[in-house]
Design a protein around this ligand. Structure first.
Ligand code: EPU
Length: 423
């Protein structure tokens, strides 16, 4: 297991390229199984979650080649002959559950392990299962596995309302419906760019999907899909994370390249309120702090609202703001494991239910802290980069799931981060 040793404080100065999105790549990988011919996915990030999903996909007999030096993934599903996803792999990453929709669509049957809990709560999949049943798919549970089957080559489909709206359920149901359901309508569908990219990609492969990016997605059955070459989107959460990291030190001067600012939803509106100077120029975002940080309270919402995947980073930023602010997570109610760790670094913050109150500004000072999930981990790295002295960030394997070469990118712009073995 690795840890980071971080010396601070260090301003960040220079250019940071944004990597491909983890959460957009995973649905594209699942979609490739629906075709008979190979799909090539460009801008695939070299992340642990991508390697895990490659292995999940390989279990089915599909060939996967990851040309890592080019960030290019080639998935050839022509020999897919085993429609199962075992517990040992699914438990490592919830998104493996996309195999349920992909295998229903491709094989008309699937045996996929239930994902189990996660670091910040139960995270159910009830909507996925109820949605498939509404579509006309037979679903049963046996010894921790979901068993799916169809009576006929085509199921009727129908309509299903997601309450609450769910990214994962929208993606799974689209994957399942494309080649099986006469007509299936998803109401209160997720509008995330990841969903839009998936639907656009499937349409290019031959699918008939309308309404992606709106609250109602309509899928009509097609018999066949063909593989294509597709470019993944840049990671909007990495983009927001690095904007925040740059804002935290008054002498930073950072330009992020290869971004899609239009995917950031309302995040730039909140960012503007903190008073840190930033400019969006095409696919580049420059951040040049020019004084203090205003306290700005946020509440997470579904896209295009403030993303839950940036709330831990925002609370970390607010430890450096002049005054009191709050961070409320309306998507997940207990995703706050970073709070006691930030306190160890000298921050003044407390949690009540799903709301964190942060009293800034505090000079943070280095110590040992422990990562507990992906976004908590990156927040501790950001805090350590402005803390005085040496910090040890333990268990950075969480970071490797979702940030491509984070320490290399940050060291290239002035951070002092050493990766070493954690005894
Ligand atoms: N929900 C249900 N039942 C379900 C599914 C979801 O009640 O069957 C609830 C959840 O408990 C939650 C809400 O619906 O309260 C939204 O969850 P959603 O299904 O949208 O989340 P997800 O698809 O499991 C994805 C991202 C997460 C991100 C959330 C919210 C991927 C692989 N994961 O998860 O990303 O936090 O959407 O935006 O795309 C991360 O990257 O760090 C991460 C956790």
């Amino acid at each position: 297991m690795d840890k980071f040793i971080i010396e601070g404080p260090t301003p960040l100065k220079g250019v940071i390229p944004i990597s491909g999105s983890k959460n957009a790549a995973l649905p594209l990988m699942a979609a490739s199984l629906l075709a008979e011919t190979p799909t090539t996915i460009n801008l695939t990030p070299r992340l642990k979650d991508i390697y895990t999903f490659n292995n999940v996909i390989r279990v089915t007999g599909t060939e996967v080649e990851f040309k890592e030096d080019q960030n290019q993934l080639v998935i050839d599903p022509s020999k897919l002959n085993f429609p199962e996803a075992p517990y040992d792999l699914v438990r490592r990453m919830r998104a493996s559950f996309y195999m349920l929709g992909a295998l229903i669509g491709r094989a008309g049957e699937a045996k996929v392990s239930l994902p189990g809990g996660c670091a910040w709560g139960p995270r159910p999949v009830d909507l996925h299962l109820k949605g498939f049943e509404a579509m006309g798919i037979n679903i049963s549970l046996e010894e921790g596995y979901v068993i799916a089957s169809v009576d006929n080559e085509t199921v009727e489909g129908g309509e299903f309302t997601l309450e609450p709206s769910s990214v994962g359920a929208t993606i799974n149901l689209v994957l399942g419906a494309v080649k099986k359901a006469k007509k299936f309508v998803i109401k209160n569908a997720a509008k995330e760019p990841d969903v839009v990219l998936l639907c656009n990609t499937l349409n290019k492969m031959g699918a008939n999907i309308k309404g992606a990016g709106t609250g109602t997605i309509t899928v009509k059955k097609v018999d066949k899909l063909h593989g294509i070459e597709v470019s993944n989107d840049p990671d909007r959460i990495e983009t927001g994370t690095l904007m925040i990291a740059a804002a935290m030190h008054p002498e930073s001067d950072v330009t992020l390249t290869g971004c899609k600012p239009e995917h950031l939803g309302t995040f730039p509106d909140s960012f503007k309120k903190i008073g840190v100077h930033f400019e969006i120029n095409g696919s580049e975002i420059s951040i040049t702090p020019n004084g203090g940080i205003n306290p700005v309270s946020i509440e997470t919402e579904i896209y295009p609202g403030f993303p839950t995947d940036l709330q831990a980073q925002w609370a970390t930023l607010m430890t450096q703001a002049e005054g009191t602010s709050t961070v409320t997570d309306n998507i997940y109610y207990d995703r706050f494991s970073y709070v006691p760790e930030l306190r160890r670094l000298g921050a003044d913050l407390s949690v009540d239910k799903n709301k964190v109150t942060i009293n800034g500004k505090n000079q943070l000072s280095g110590t040992s802290v422990m990562s507990t999930d992906l976004r908590a981990s990156v927040s501790l790295v950001m805090a350590a980069m402005v803390a005085k002295g040496k910090s040890d960030i333990l268990r950075v394997y969480h970071l490797d799931r979702g940030y491509e070469q984070l320490e290399k990118k940050l060291n290239a712009v002035g951070a002092s981060i050493t990766r070493t073995n954690q005894e």
